[in-house]
Design a protein around this ligand. Structure first.
Ligand SMILES: [Zn+2]
Length: 362
């Protein structure tokens, strides 16, 4: 029998037929993140070296004997994940202790216990079918375990952040297309409730997936370099303590120097998502083409969103030109002049917005 928990092992002594584990932790921990796993585990491990090269940390895996070979395949990317997140967010928060994954006999799912994530047996297949879940649980060590929300209602600070971290990991591995396809998998045109008041059942798609979309849109609103600085500052400021949505907003505004009242009001307090209808017309005037784009927000759940919208023109010679507009009203008329005929006009071509965008039917 092998037992493992959220701390580092000091020693094991034997007293008759009992084995006594002495454990130690130097990090604060929420009570619900404490776990003790005990079984006839097989053990294997890996080593993670901190970004500054000073610390070497064990990454430990505990699985039942019949899953050993599959687990060695499925768990092999954890070192890469630790490196990606440490670079993006700041060093792994429990570097003086460990990270680990232990198999448990839960029907399906995983749980981000501090320094020792639990994953259900049927997630271990040897085919890396649940890599997104392993990425998500590791991200929780930053967003949930190190920076914990001040109240349960602010659970999107855990789940939305970890859901978006999946997209960030796949982007780091495979580029922008992977970011976009991960975000599309989290898309819905029917998110219920709000992030501010998720309701009695906290773990909804709104909390996970709309939460991830809010971070994605924040990145588009403030630009990449501010966004990653925001994540690093938020983590550095609140690690080993608690933060609220308001605390996160303060960090965002301090880093990017912009007032984000409207952004947080519409996406955290507001319901639903953008529903945009548009119509285009191209008129030749002298040597120029005048493009008129008429936009109308038609969502019923929220009166008027403000957002930056990218418009991409693709010309007959396959060249492209992009424009970025701040949309600040329900009805908007945009006018663009070009010297070439635009064969295609694309709105939000890179999927930065939680929006359904459709041509207006006449
Ligand atoms: Zn989660």
């Amino acid at each position: 029998m092998v037992s493992v928990s959220y701390v580092v092992l000091v020693d094991i002594t034997t007293n008759g037929n009992r084995r006594i584990y002495r454990l130690r932790t130097e990090y604060p921990i929420s009570t619900y993140l404490v776990a003790i796993y005990s079984s006839d585990y097989e053990y294997f491990s890996d080593e993670y070296i901190s970004l500054d090269g000073i610390d070497t940390m064990q990454v430990e895996y505990y699985v039942l004997p019949d899953k050993l070979e599959e687990a060695k395949i499925d768990f092999s990317t954890h070192i890469k994940m630790l490196e990606v997140f440490s670079k993006l967010f700041g060093e792994y928060p429990f570097i003086k202790e460990k990270y680990g994954v232990a198999e448990f006999l839960w029907y399906a799912g995983a749980m981000e216990h501090q320094t020792i994530t639990g994953v259900s047996s049927n997630m271990i297949s040897g085919k890396k079918l649940f890599e997104d879940t392993f990425v998500h649980e590791l991200a929780h060590q930053w967003w949930c375990n190190a920076v914990s929300p001040k109240s349960w209602n602010e659970i999107w600070l855990n789940e939305g952040f970890s859901a978006y971290s999946e997209a960030l990991y796949f982007e780091a591995q495979s580029g922008k297309k992977a970011l976009q396809s991960t975000m599309r998998s989290k898309y819905s045109d029917n998110f219920s409730g709000t992030l501010a008041e998720p309701g009695p059942f906290l773990f909804t798609r709104t909390v996970y997936d709309k939460g991830a979309w809010v971070l994605h849109m924040l990145r588009w609103e403030v630009d990449d370099s501010s966004f990653f600085k925001i994540l690093r500052t938020y983590y550095e400021t609140f690690k080993y303590s608690n933060a609220s949505t308001e605390d996160f907003k303060d960090v965002c505004e301090n880093v990017c120097g912009k007032n984000l009242d409207k952004f947080f009001k519409q996406w955290i307090d507001g319901k639903g998502e953008i529903k945009l209808k548009y119509k285009t017309a191209v008129v030749k005037s002298g040597e120029q083409y005048k493009i008129k784009i008429q936009l109308e927000q038609v969502q019923e759940d929220y009166e008027e969103y403000h957002f930056p919208l990218e418009i991409k023109l693709i010309f007959t010679d396959s060249t492209e030109k992009s424009f970025r507009y701040d949309i600040t009203s329900k009805d908007t008329l945009l006018e663009i002049s070009t010297d070439k005929f635009p064969e295609n006009i694309e709105l939000d071509p890179d999927n930065w917005l939680l929006a359904t965008i459709n041509l207006k039917e006449e």
